[in-house]
Design a protein around this ligand. Structure first.
Ligand code: ASP
Ligand code: MG
Length: 425
């Protein structure tokens, strides 16, 4: 693997490109790095992905009325951004965006495939295509010369639609041979979140997957660093909405960051860290509103301070699973229970077992949870407890536990030397 020392990967999320003003702020941020070798990864604008999800559903349900209305809404939103940004209406960007919408419209006219997830990826991926077309054109007009490239030419996945699994070898080869030489000459703007299967169908990498895309590119390039530009100062030791006296963490180790993301801190997508860690690529989380500020550095940090960090996952449901035939909950029952969870795609956030019961905490994600409960009930006696919160405190002390759990009922608790996790209500 040849290291490309100079290349930086920047990721701008939906909030950083949510309207014309936000996009022009992105240009101001990039102005500071004009001379650098830059790969700029951008996600869909604002809440576009949510709107496209609704569009995919309407298309699949053949609900023409909803389909037309949502399509029109998405189109208007992007046209407004373009008008707010680009000076000359003769700019070919207008035609470009127009053509993309016509392409999407044609897709929406064809009958849906049976596989919803396949349809989803073909439609929802447009959000990133629209946004990057607009951002790239605006940057060129603003004087930041760049080339738009299609991330699907580089990010190779299997055909697990909505959750594409990356083919790392193939992806790295494509990035090394086809992207790196271009980046050494000019800034490239590309999409987060999307990839391509071996059959050349568009895939997506899972919601909020643009951070992950940035990490995949950085891994393939052997980049110097990744910067995720956010509307917050950096990674905080708690969600400021829930913990008003939360403070910014200056430095964080990869492993601390993985745990935080995994247990529900939404500031970084959980899959982002490991590819970076494996190649020792530092990750910065910085504010696009204050680009000169240091933000948070995630690395093999040895100077990380171990202050209590609070991570809260809301809307949890607790399943207590007990046998009906007086059998103990040991290997055979556990393996059956795990396979039922896996077959419903429900990820277990926390679990605990005793001789006669098994308790798990999962995200309460609608219908799939009902189906899971139905299937478990065939074999086991099930009790559930809804509207719970999974609270993780890393580097806890008594005061931290006291502060976060005061007045709450504790339904389940687990501690290790550095981390305590409680399901509370
Ligand atoms: N646009 C995608 C989403 O909203 C990917 C991302 O924003 O990271 O899920
Ligand atoms: Mg997004």
């Amino acid at each position: 693997m040849q290291m490309a020392k100079g290349i930086k990967v920047f990721k701008f999320g939906g909030a950083s490109v949510k309207n014309a003003e936000a996009v022009s702020n992105v240009a101001e941020v990039l102005q500071r790095f004009k001379g650098d070798q830059l790969l700029v990864v951008v996600s869909a604008m604002g809440k576009t992905t949510n709107a496209l999800e609704r569009l995919a559903q309407a298309y699949y349900n053949r609900d023409e009325e909803a389909k037309d209305a949502i399509y029109a809404e998405i189109r208007k939103f992007h046209e407004d951004v373009v008008t707010g940004l680009l000076k000359s209406s003769s700019s070919h960007t207008y035609d470009d965006i127009e053509n993309l919408f016509i392409e999407l419209e044609c897709l929406l006219e064809t009958p849906p495939e049976n596989d919803f997830n396949y349809n989803y990826d073909q439609i929802v991926s447009y959000g990133e295509i629209f946004s990057t077309r607009i951002v790239s054109a605006y940057l060129n007009e603003y004087g930041i010369r760049n080339r738009w490239m299609d991330a699907r030419n580089f990010i190779s996945t299997d055909n697990t639609y909505r959750e594409g699994k990356v083919d790392w070898l193939q992806t790295e080869a494509l990035i090394q041979h086809k992207l790196k030489p271009i980046l050494q000459k000019q800034i490239v703007v590309t999409q987060g979140f999307i990839g391509q299967s071996k059959e050349h169908a568009t895939t997506t990498l899972g919601r909020e997957g643009s951070d992950y895309s940035a990490a995949i590119f950085a891994y393939g390039l052997g980049a110097q660093s990744v910067t995720i530009w956010k509307d917050v100062a950096g990674v905080m030791n708690g969600d400021p909405k829930l913990f008003p006296d939360a403070i910014k963490l200056d430095e964080l180790s990869y492993s601390h960051a993985i745990e935080m993301a995994y247990y529900g801190a939404t500031v970084i997508h959980p899959k982002t860290i490991q590819p970076l860690q494996s190649r020792n690529i530092p990750l910065y989380v910085k504010s696009f509103l204050d680009p000169g500020a240091p933000g948070t550095l995630v690395s093999t940090s040895i100077s990380e301070t171990h202050i209590p960090t609070f991570i809260s996952k809301q809307d949890q449901i607790l399943f207590s699973i007990a046998s009906r035939d007086f059998s103990f909950i040991v290997e055979d029952n556990l393996s059956r229970i795990f396979s039922i969870f896996a077959s419903h795609g429900v990820r277990i956030n926390l679990m605990q077992n005793s001789a006669i019961s098994f308790t798990v905490c999962v995200d309460n994600k609608g219908e799939e949870i009902d189906r899971l409960r139905d299937e478990l009930s065939i074999h086991y006696a099930i009790r559930t407890n809804e509207h719970a919160e999974l609270l993780t405190i890393m580097y806890y002390d008594d005061a931290a536990i006291q502060k976060a759990t005061q007045g709450k009922e504790i339904l389940m608790e687990q501690r290790t030397r550095f981390t305590i996790q409680s399901v509370i209500k």
